[in-house]
Design a protein around this ligand. Structure first.
Ligand code: TRP
Length: 331
């Protein structure tokens, strides 16, 4: 880690398939950060078990996600990419921070309120303290910036509050992180209900496209995507289906909306869908090829996991040792 660069931390849960929403909203943007910042990209498997997971699937999805990080272009020599569960300092710090977080604060978290109302069967304590584990992830590495989507902003605010509270008692132990707002990238919406965000846990598979989906499936999902009863291709919030397709096209071609619109003048929705499917496939196909190669090479992936975990542990332990000392745990 170069000393002069700012630290960025982010993570994705290995629960379910990684969608083009995750890709255009997070992963693709991360690849642009790797030269300018010291980045840690975590596979947050401990967060994933707040919902029941099939063990074999969880293990496979975690490994797939790590391989996908590399396949999209994140260099395992430049970035620290690892499994959260391999670095026990996350859980240790999370416990300590639990004691610096109020029930009232956690009760106000929108995501907890939403998930606990949906997940009536298994409202476990982990679901409630989830944001504290996230705070531990971030604060362990003296993170400056956290690229997060809209839905995680409240958790980042809480992280800042916890860090500030701890620092007020014990001195400057934690860096107070700021959100990182990406310059480009779009919020990709559900294909059938384009007013809600594309989600990998959606029950209707027609709503999302996974990065690893068969190319024909991708083509068909785009073909079936909801538009509207009009004809004109216009980029406006009043036409969420068309807008979403244009966003996917813009992200896939690395061109701004203003740049792509003239090409669609006088064209119909059928043309739009064909263009979107072609552009998306051109973007995804090479990622899928790289993914298959990486996933086959067991020794390569194992070596990356080991080296990166060691680095993460070393950095995390620096902060954790300081925290334990400040609190008064016996040395
Ligand atoms: N909670 C985040 C999500 O569901 C994932 C996450 C866990 C995360 N720890 C993090 C994101 C730390 C940024 C930083 O999207």
């Amino acid at each position: 880690m170069g000393e002069d660069k700012k630290v960025i931390f982010s993570g994705i849960q290995p629960s379910g398939a990684i969608t083009i929403g995750n890709y255009f909203g997070a992963l693709k943007n991360w690849t642009k950060l790797q030269d300018e910042y010291n980045c840690l990209f975590c596979v947050v498997d401990m967060h994933a078990i707040t919902v029941r997971q099939n063990p074999a699937e969880l293990r496979q999805q975690a490994r797939d996600l790590l391989a996908l990080y590399i396949a999209v272009g994140l260099d395992p020599k430049k970035n620290i990419m690892y499994y959260q569960s391999h670095v026990p300092q996350h859980a240790e710090l999370a416990w300590i921070l639990n004691c610096f977080t109020y029930m009232g604060e956690l009760s106000r978290m929108t995501q907890f309120k939403e998930k606990s109302s949906k997940q009536g069967q298994n409202i476990n304590a982990g679901l409630f303290t989830y944001p504290v584990l996230m705070a531990a992830d971030i604060l362990l590495y003296q993170t400056d910036l956290v690229p997060v989507g809209h839905d995680q902003k409240q958790h980042l605010e809480l992280t800042r509050d916890i860090a500030t509270r701890f620092n007020q008692t014990y001195g400057d132990v934690f860096k107070v992180p700021d959100p990182f707002i990406a310059k480009v990238g779009a919020r990709i919406m559900s294909l059938q209900e384009p007013t809600s965000k594309m989600s990998k846990s959606d029950e209707n598979p027609n709503n999302f496209i996974s990065l690893l989906d068969d190319l024909n499936v991708i083509k068909n999902r785009i073909k079936r995507a909801v538009t509207d009863s009009e004809k004109e291709i216009i980029y406006t919030a009043d036409k969420p289906g068309v807008k979403n397709l244009l966003d996917i096209y813009s992200c896939s071609t690395n061109k701004a909306i203003a740049e792509i619109m003239p090409g669609f003048e006088g064209k119909g929705y059928g043309d739009l869908k064909k263009a979107v499917a072609d552009a998306l496939i051109a973007e995804i196909e090479p990622i899928q090829k790289r993914f298959q190669d990486i996933r086959k090479d067991k020794a390569y992936l194992d070596d990356i996991i080991k080296t990166n975990t060691d680095t993460a542990k070393y950095l995390a332990d620096k902060t954790l040792r300081k925290v334990k000392k400040k609190i008064g745990f016996p040395q």
